[in-house]
Design a protein around this ligand. Sequence first.
Ligand code: ARG
Ligand code: ZN
Length: 885
Amino acid sequence: MRTEHPKMIKLSAYRLPDYLIEETHLTFELHESYALVHARLVMQRNPSLDTHLPPLVLDGQKLELIDINLNGERLSAMEYTVTDKHLTLQPTTIEFELDTTVRIEPQNNTELEGLYKSSGMFCTQCEAEGFRKITYYLDRPDVMSRFTTTIFADKQNYPILLSNGNPIAQGEDDDGRHWVTWEDPFKKPAYLFAVVAGDLWCVEDTFTTMSGREVALRIYVEPENIDKCQHAMNSLKKCMRWDEEKYGREYDLDIFMVVAVNDFNMGAMENKGLNIFNSSCVLAKAETATDAAHQRVESIVAHEYFHNWSGNRVTCRDWFQLSLKEGFTVFRDTQFSADMNSDVVKRIEDVSYLRTHQFAEDAGPMAHPVRPAEYMEISNFYTLTIYEKGAEVVRMLHTLLGEAVFRQGADLYFERHDGQAVTCDDFIAAMETVSGMDLTQFKLWYSQAGTPRLVITDSYDAATQTYCLQVKQSCPDTPDQTDKKPFVIPLRMALLSQQGQSLPLQLQGESIAMKGERVLAVTEAEQSFIFQKVTEQPLPSLLRSFSAPVIMEYNYSRDDLVFLLQHDTDGFNRWEAGQQLSLQVIEDVVGQLYETDEPMMDSRLVEVFTALLAQDDLDPAMLAEFLSLPSTGYIIEQYEQADPLAIHQAREYVSNQLAYALKEPMRVRYDALRKTSLETPYVAQASDIARRRLQNMLLAYLMRTNDLDILDECVDQFGVADNMTERLAALACLVNSPFTDEAQEALKRFAERFSEDPIVMDQWFSVQAAAVVPSGLERVTHLLEHPAFSIKNPNKVRAVIGAFSMQNTPNFHAEDGSGYAFLADKVIELDALNPQIAARIISPLTRWQRYDLHHQELMLVQLKRIKNSGELSADLFEVLEKSLV
Ligand code: ARG
Ligand code: ZN
């Protein structure tokens, strides 16, 4: 909490650290009502700078300084100054030792940053700037140090004491307390530090690395969760092998530990050798976790593990470079998930997410480049742009350089910078060295915010057999950025014949044709690509597999879209054609709904869905993707000023029409899939996941017909399923249906069965919070009173408040503004407890400019009310400051 406004921190103001910390020796004395942290820092003047000795300014917040000694001499109060952010003193020698002791109160730490308590255990979260809430330090990623950590705690309550690296000593005191000392042989920045103390059980396994070293793998959880670790352990072993095979990266310590904690602001954290996970991202078994949750565990375990190289061995110089580790690591985890499952389905999921959420961020008041130039609060920059768009930027490099050269570039990057804290420029420089390419223009992806638009037109001349693609690119203004320069945009494309075959691709000036597809490098504001020897009028298949994070416009007729959905040889573009067709059909209905209750719907959607359902050889995973309509969020993003209620209603209308029209074939297919599910024990593998996804999607459509026979099926699926995927899907169908008795009964049974499992209860909460039925707000207010709800637990906040405001369109966007007022109340309440969560959960309101004037005004009222509600955290202050210009 603050009185003065937080200041902008600028990339251009980066300076080397004045001092370095060679060794960090920490001792934690953990007690129920406080903890003492003793730090002995072996420091020196930064040898890269001159030998004069400026004041030493250490970061520290919410610390009570108990003792301070320089080179073994206690400092008098006149020899240092303490503010709410810093401890400053004057070193007198180039090398020196600083000892401090501070007192902190982990049990009262609701921000979940620094050292805090979660379900009876002690744990830490230090990235980005949490370490300064543990002890006075140079809390910046370019200060890397060797850590030794000793933890003292009560043996009975905290039998397990963990930190980074290897345990080197342990002992017991007579007062029932014990201690363990850990030593991490690798230098690291403070943000990768971790300690854990608790009564934990662990699942153990081993992994033999490519050079034959045996690594002990341990997943620590609360005792009741010991049966939910196997999936994470399997995922860990798979991703360790994959990183060796795909990137040549071997694990470097003898132990790799994962700890699950219930109260966690984000998904997980890659602390060296001691990853700490939100328990929802590590625990999974058939009865309690959906397929999607299993896949999320697999990808997050991999993400955090991959950070050991892309993040820990090579880290970031400063937090402006955050995407250096996050963009690259998301790219790596995406490749891994694609290899473990279906690459096309994975791409569809990632692109849907990116286009709905990151594009919205890029078009809103919080838009920022992949490498931001300034920030007030770094916690606000763990964004979709840094992570997901950052991964797209790496993916484009991979596309432009090709798999083999990209790998050489990654190898060179790791080799050049092992043990260093570096910048995005260093990453690009490695890619330039191996490819011989000049990537100067490409780097605009790091500095320019906003989603580029590609407008593509074409013309065919039968007489000369030439086909011309004209490509124009532009990028809208974003806060503080106008007049953007053209990007380098890899445009993967093919030309399809009337039979759907790919035509040879020979650009003017080339002597041979390329078969299949190729990648055009769009580099200018306007550019033409002229293909020769094109024997018939082709249909272009453009931006295949979404080869760049752009909005592309090409004027396909609806018949073209139907054709592409059925015949494009690129799976992603088949799906995309269906999305664009559905979008147009829904947009038609949005327009008509202002005039009539019975809009006319383009029959082509029903026809092509009918044809797809009849196609026996179509992969169920793909069929499920083809049958899913674009999300309400994505449709809203297509409008300058969206009417969320009309869009919701139109999407519902189209879904219902499809359900009635396709009821028979959907029912036949559903029955067959359900039968297989009943006969097959649950396995979280791609083919089974695809089957359940299609089955559940068909059930959702069928339930729209309000048929009592289907209701029975749904109730049955809910009751007999051996897995959460089928059970939860059936529950969601019931809760969103008019059959309120059946829904209530199912909710009751679900809560009885799973009341002891907080992660399962999160799903129970969010299914209800997201239910698009009348009086949604009343229900949500009621859920907040439920004994299993806690405003202090981020997962619960996301499950109830997050699900309501992100997924419950008709209730959140209610005409009377009640949904917005509710969110504002909760943001104010949360800001006093956990600013990071407050600043995140507010985001739907920050998108006010996307909506019609009525909704804009209602949102603005609430934003202003939050702003005037009293003292705000730096996190929330920055978001409001930017949203209210
Ligand atoms: N580095 C973590 C990851 O793997 C995220 C940690 C972010 N923590 C935070 N408080 N913002 O993505
Ligand atoms: Zn990460």
